[in-house]
Ligand binder design. Sequence first.
Ligand code: C2E
Ligand code: MG
Ligand code: MG
Length: 605
Amino acid sequence: MTAEIRMGGDDQALAAPVDQAAGETAAAASASVMLLLDDVANAGLLSACLGEFGYRNVAVAETPGQARQLLLSDVPDLLLLDGNLAGDAGMQLLAWTRAERLLKHTAVIVLADDNGADDMDLKLRALELGASDVLVKPVNARELALRMRNLLARAGARARNAEQDALTGLSNRQRFNVVLDWALTYARRMNVVGAVLQIGIDRFAQINEALGPSVGDRLLQALAHRLAEYVRESDIVTDASRAGGGEHGVSLSRVGGDEFSVLLPVIQRAEQAATVATRIQYALATPFNVAGHELIVTCSIGIAVFPADGLTRDLIIANAGAAMAYAKQQGRDRHAFYGKEMNNRSLARLALERDLRMALERNEFSLVYQPKVDVDSGRLSGAETLLRWRHPERGMVSPADFIPIAEEIDLIIPLGDWVLRTACRQIQTWIAAGLDVPRISINVSARQMHDAGFEENIRRLLAEYHLKGENIVLELTESALMQDADKAVSFLKSLRDTGAGISIDDFGTGYSSLAYLRRFPLDELKIDRSFLIEPNEDSEAIASAIIALGHSLRLRVVAEGVEHERQLAFLRSRHCDEYQGYYFSKPIAPDDYAAMLRSAGMIAR
Ligand code: C2E
Ligand code: MG
Ligand code: MG
């Protein structure tokens, strides 16, 4: 067989212009190619031609057996295979490559003899067996280079798409996994320390809910852009990138809907990861302007350090995630390390969960009542019932500490039922003792809103204890309602039908949309305690605005956490309707509340 390979050639139309984009040469330079031709001399010649086209990485196999070995030990991007090897060996090798998992991304171009009609058969067979392309000998080197370029470009684009997040253009979780695997291997070999920062955007779901998914998407893009800019411009130069790690330096990926990961392949001390986390939080502090909305976004970051927090990819990712969940649980907008201390805390938390599960049976819960007072007259206007847990060893545990756990472990439904029943029974007991009992407020958790039997349960309890709807007020927090505002509208309507009053608790801390506020059937609005803690111009302005807003919606406005006379004076000057707080009374036991009603002359006639 002679003159199989020709440079240049007559088919100029197919040939690539010699000065095609520089990227092409770069692509050729980084591609690896293997040749298996029936004539080693021809293979050498072809290899030299490919060199002219910029292919630096061309291996020549001499026999099919050697080709199999080389293909597996050094998987190439592209295989040029002679279709006419003795004994059908070429076609057999082709079939084998298509079945071999490791070679599924390797493109195969079959070079076929020009045998007239027979040639057609071979071409078809090769394509059926999975060849990427078939070229007839003698091969025009220019045309071959052009076809190779196209195949490699397509494969490259496919690989990039598979590893890129379509919304933000950042690498996706697949890519992150690959890079993390590399970093873990590197850290093991070089005996260095690295870290993964898992970044979760705080309350993203609420933003998405309130402003719609297209604004949410644009916010994610803006976030990704800002994070990428920070990672690019920051001076967190690591030894790995200095050592030629190049793309294996600091990397940023979008690994979930509202979650990003930063990999620091080499750090000197674990605290460096905390510094990076702080700077990321700082970078996000400037508000985002998306579709005319000014959005203030915070994030919670979990940090896992390797090898200390794990040697495998799965463990590192899980531990960074656990640390992030912990940061959120601690109040968000902060970072936390996974580590011994955190391990201890999560063990303590497991123990608390276990005890909480048994607390109902063991009768460790009780209810206390905090009086509510009319601002103008100073008369008792009601009371809020608050849950207490007396833990056998720890003593009193605050509901702020155990309600979130009860929600997570699905205990909140039976616990919430217990609160409702106990409160209703208590009201009946007071009424039976001849007291005139103003309405009792009961806190309802977000999870109870999704409990199908909730409304029915209320009706049943009211009937069982001979109460009217007006005897109780149900308090739902603003953030619970806004989590699923449409659902909240229908839920509140069904509760309203029972005659119960509806109150929106901790108002001012969530992201209420005013449009929804109008649609919620409400009776009362409770200003969050935080606006009264330190009376300064800002908080007073907000409290005044909330009172005015409540009144314009014809709601009763209640202030929580009143501890001083001057707070009360302020509320009086703003015509707030009711208040509650240590200034008048702490939450008290049922008997003490009964005594309070009696001494206020609140006796049924
Ligand atoms: P909340 O409903 O906003 O209740 C008001 C909280 O402020 C209560 O805390 C109360 O003791 C406290 N407080 C009242 N006046 C003052 C004051 O003047 N100064 C200060 N510093 N604090 C004051 P508590 O009892 O620890 O309850 C915390 C939260 O736990 C409640 O906030 C409520 O969201 C939740 N919670 C309590 N009981 C229940 C319940 O039965 N079910 C549900 N789902 N949540 C409950
Ligand atoms: Mg409340
Ligand atoms: Mg409150």
